[in-house]
Design a protein around this ligand. Structure first.
Ligand code: HEM
Length: 203
């Protein structure tokens, strides 16, 4: 097993947060609308995990340490789990389990549709994240997983629609996403690799 220390640490952090929020809700410590706070926290958590997943490859290129890539898949799967909990929380707390209202919701709140598209994309990535899928898809695997950029854009658009007036956090996440997109530009990737090899040679 490679880098075993990472896995339980990431697991413990990612699994304990939703449990902690659930506990706070149980203790009436999440304000007058705990369901909404829980849904918001899970949505924001999914976005943070998405950006963390996207930052693993540039970190590996910058430092040359393969450990970053070892947790990339784990973080991606946690992002999917948070998004699934976020969606479940929305259906249970905000929609009250009335699925017949979904059509009306999609008409009145288009951001729900945008979030839904992002979730479909995350589902595709989660379902094709195994080594078996990697082997089966071959070169197409990379192409499929480029979907992550579209998902980031959809998630940011979805969030902006919700937070609108209080957009400071949104600008922070959008700025991080832009920086991560920039680090994937081929010319920048090459520069990072040459900086690392020069450092490695002690120049
Ligand atoms: C079917 C899928 C989805 C549905 C139905 C959905 C629904 C919602 C709703 C109703 C809200 C606003 C809650 C409120 O404050 O009233 C929200 C907020 C949010 N969602 Fe989603 N969402 C979905 C997918 C996603 C995905 C895939 C992500 C990120 C990867 C995401 C990230 C967020 C964020 C960051 C917020 C704002 C949280 C805040 O105000 O701090 N959502 N979502």
């Amino acid at each position: 097993m490679r880098y075993p220390v990472w896995r339980p640490a990431v697991f413990a952090c990612a699994a304990s947060l939703p449990l902690y929020w659930l506990y706070l809700g149980w203790q009436f410590a999440l304000g007058p609308d705990p369901g909404k706070v829980l849904v918001d926290n899970l949505g924001e958590g999914a976005l943070v995990l998405l950006l963390l997943t996207l930052s693993m490859t540039p970190m590996q290129r910058l430092t040359g340490w393969g450990g970053w890539l070892a947790v990339r898949r784990q973080l991606g799967l946690w992002c999917f789990t948070y998004a699934l909990l976020h969606l479940s929380g929305y259906l249970y707390f905000l929609l009250g389990g009335e699925f017949s209202r979904l059509g009306e919701e999609l008409r009145e709140r288009p951001y729900v549709l945008v979030g839904g598209l992002g979730f479909v994309g995350l589902t595709v990535l989660a379902m094709t994240s195994s080594r078996w899928s990697m082997r089966r898809l071959g070169k197409r695997w990379k192409k499929v997983h480029r979907l992550v950029y579209l998902i980031v854009i959809l998630a940011l658009l979805h969030m902006l629609w919700v937070v609108r007036a209080d957009a400071a956090r949104w600008f922070l996440y959008a700025g991080i996403a832009m920086a991560l997109f920039f680090l994937r530009v081929p010319a920048v990737t090459k520069t990072l690799a040459s900086v690392r090899s020069r450092k490695g040679r002690g120049e």
